[in-house]
Design a protein around this ligand. Sequence first.
Ligand SMILES: Nc1ncnc2c1ncn2[C@@H]1O[C@H](COP(=O)(O)OP(=O)(O)O)[C@@H](O)[C@H]1O
Ligand SMILES: [Mg+2]
Length: 321
Amino acid sequence: MAYSIEQLCELLGKAKAEIGKVIIGQDEVIDKALIAILTRNHALIEGVPGVAKTLLVRTLSRVLGCEFGRIQFTPDLMPADITGTNIFNIKANEFNLVKGPIFATFLLADEINRAPAKTQSALLQAMQERKVTIDCETHSLPDDFTVFATQNPLEYEGTYPLPEAQKDRFMLKITMPCPEFDDELMLARRTLGLDAPERVLEEGQVAAVVPAHELDQLREALLSVTVQDEMVDYVVKIIRATRSDESTMVGAGPRATQALILAARAYAAIQGRDFVTPDDIKAMAEPVLCLRIILRPEFEIEGMTVSEVITRTLQEIPVPR
Ligand SMILES: Nc1ncnc2c1ncn2[C@@H]1O[C@H](COP(=O)(O)OP(=O)(O)O)[C@@H](O)[C@H]1O
Ligand SMILES: [Mg+2]
């Protein structure tokens, strides 16, 4: 049976409390990660080294009872290194499948832009289809297969930027900032003691509050969130405005429409509300749209940013009441 919104919020509250035993602060980041999971989507996490990207995904896996996997992308990583290969077993005179690390439920694709396009697209295809093809044979990935791909915002040299078409496969971008002063103070203090973040996770002090098989029931609860026609209309207008903006070469496509409306609904539920407001849509506009807008070179040279285009769009579209 599907959960009610109250039950969903209660469980998410418990999940956040468990995550908070390990991850200090980063509330917005955690909300966005949960939105990607609740909508059965994938997320791109951007942040400098050491802001706990890896630790966050490991913690989420624990709390939501899902198997964690990690792939470090490198320039020499081949598609078969992630998907797996058939290896000939001489004794048995047959080929045996050795599954690659992609066969996980929550997959951390670390530094995705370090691998060449062929390997990136093997991952992106698996994200889209939740299937992997090895030597003409197709294998299913878990229904909850969720990719968190990380990207270091400062590194461009020797990297392969994700093509726009592939960025579109991610529902949203999660920007993970350095901790606030008080959070960093707490991190420093805890590092000295028995409650150092990694230690808390490794010593099993974090409970799996949502068994993996109940994730679907949580997702169904989102169906009972009211999304009025005016809100749907607002989303479509925002997305379409990005296409006609004079400074954009490529605006957001229809996948962005789907991502924005779904993200806004999940965001409302996470806040404990059973209806979507314009503020939910505005809050999700930047993380959804920043992956999908490309500026015209002349505007980029002038120093215009995608964020500015998004802000301007939100100012121009009348807010439904
Ligand atoms: N907000 C935070 N909460 C808890 N631990 C943190 C936080 N920020 C940094 N850390 C600490 O820094 C370490 C670096 O984390 P890691 O997940 O490896 O970073 P990244 O994958 O972003 O490079 C963590 O394992 C943890 O000890
Ligand atoms: Mg890491």
